[in-house]
Design a protein around this ligand. Structure first.
Ligand code: PHE
Length: 461
């Protein structure tokens, strides 16, 4: 792998891929999607989709990356299927879109770290004013993009790997501590029930496809991030066990953060079915930290938002790495130039999202879909296109490609390197079955129905 860099060990890959997976998607987005999706019904769909649909695609992505040691466009060309590199092109576009708004939310998280470090717990109540202040958020987001670009410019193993190894476990411990604390609060059980006991009447098609989009987003799937990271994996590593660990780590953080949030929301007597959306953790948490008293509150609160910012950083790094790897591999562009050029481009694409939370009325109430009862902001719109539509589409195409174009036996042969007992095992049977039948049929159906439902207001189910 000379010249491209590589992860120094199997653990390095797992840490970096888990670093990509764990981020704002788990701690910021998951709880508010659960509250919009009616609680445990959403959680149930999310977990089911991860096991049935996301997991096989995750293995396929890593395998394609490791086989070719290329970026998501070059990988398909390298295997001799140039037409299928459309998957990579779509993935790169999707990565640019996701990073453009993700970076804004990361700016909020970083801003909250700074505010709470100074003892400003009132920031929770001022969330709307905070996000509408586009100058301040713009500065934080710029700093965030600079940090991301700096890490990516340092190359894969030195930058991405080191940061992930220390910070991810710390975040997990802090989260566990907060979960335990929140469960002891009066009234918390109402939230726990809402979160864990499904009300099946809440399962609508919209709940299903947002849970699917959330699964893809949270695992960084469907856009080539794992093809790119897979391209840096050693030939002797067992991909199946790595994928299991990444999936479990990611799901654990999401589920814990949801548990914490719903216990807290209930203990504060607030409405569990929040329509408020994106502000959920930012409005609820500062008041909780305040209850810890000023010194402990500042320490725990600042640590929380700082670690959240780091978790976001290991994700933004992977998002930026995708287009950069493409430019470096395919056009032999100097890595630093590719990094800074892309970072600038993505920042510019993100400006409407920066203005989409009160900064400008046009971007805040950007679009009203046919049949929808409220408008969506530009940021929400990008999320609907990228997370809920493009990522599952990417997954669909990857499953079809792997099963019918690359072919199952070649897929198995790649997995078998580093996992010699794989061929002929029950693991292989399950993965083959899901990748050839389950993923294409379910993802294909959901994709078509999602586009009709979300963007055209046509509700077939
Ligand atoms: N998985 C990341 C998160 O949950 C976001 C992400 C999506 C990163 C797609 C890379 C690719 O925060």
């Amino acid at each position: 792998m000379a010249g491209r860099g590589g992860f120094s060990s199997k653990f390095g890959f797992i840490a970096a891929a888990a670093g990509s997976a764990v981020g704002l998607g788990n701690i910021w987005q998951f709880p508010f999607k659960v509250s919009q999706g009616g609680g445990a019904a959403f959680v149930l769909m999310y977990v089911l989709f991860i096991f049935i649909l996301c997991f096989p695609i995750m293995i396929a992505e890593i395998a394609i990356g490791r086989k070719t040691q290329k970026n998501p466009v070059g990988a398909f060309v390298d295997m001799g299927f140039k037409k299928w590199s459309i998957i990579g092109i779509l993935g790169i576009i999707c990565g640019v879109l996701i990073l453009s708004f993700y970076n804004v939310v990361a700016g909020w998280a970083f801003g909250y770290f700074l505010e709470i470090s100074q003892g400003n717990f009132g920031i929770g109540k001022e969330f709307s004013a905070f996000t509408a202040d586009t100058t301040t958020v713009g500065i934080y987001s710029t700093m965030f993009m600079l940090a991301t670009a700096f890490i990516v410019s340092q190359g894969v193993s030195s930058g991405i790997e080191k940061a992930s190894k220390i910070l991810m476990p710390t975040l997990l411990f802090l989260l566990i501590g907060l979960v335990i604390y929140s469960l002891t609060l009066d009234g918390a059980m109402r939230g726990v029930e809402y979160y864990l006991i499904p009300d099946f009447s809440k399962i609508t098609f919209k709940v299903a496809y947002t849970a699917l989009g959330q699964g893809f987003f949270s695992l960084s799937l469907g856009m080539g991030a794992l093809i790119t990271y897979g391209s840096y994996v050693g030939k002797n590593d067992n991909m199946v066990s790595s994928a299991v660990m990444i999936m479990i780590a990611d799901m654990t953080i999401s589920l814990l953060s949801g548990l914490m949030m719903f216990a807290l929301i209930a203990s504060q007597g607030l409405d569990l079915n929040s329509k408020g959306g994106a502000g959920l953790i930012f409005t609820v948490l500062p008041g909780v930290f305040q209850n810890f008293g000023s010194v402990l509150g500042i320490i725990v609160g600042a640590a929380f938002f700082l670690l959240l910012s780091f978790a976001a950083l290991t994700s933004t790094v992977s998002l930026l790495e995708v287009p950069v790897a493409y430019l470096v591999d395919e056009y032999k562009i100097n890595r630093k130039l590719a990094v800074w050029g892309m970072a600038l481009l993505i920042f510019l694409v993100g400006i409407p999202s920066l203005y989409a939370n009160g900064g400008s009325d046009f971007f805040t109430n950007f679009i009203t879909y046919p049949g929808a009862d409220a408008s969506s902001s530009f940021m929400d719109f990008v999320g609907h296109v990228a997370n809920d539509t493009f990522l599952p589409l990417g997954g669909l195409l990857i499953s079809i490609f792997t099963a019918y174009v690359w072919k199952k036996h070649n897929f198995s042969a790649e997995i078998a390197q580093g996992n010699p007992t794989f061929v002929g095992s029950w693991q292989e049977k399950i993965i083959h079955f899901t990748i050839s039948y389950v993923c294409p049929s379910i993802l294909g159906t959901i994709f078509i129905l999602t586009v009709l439902d979300r963007f055209f207001g046509v509700k077939l189910i």
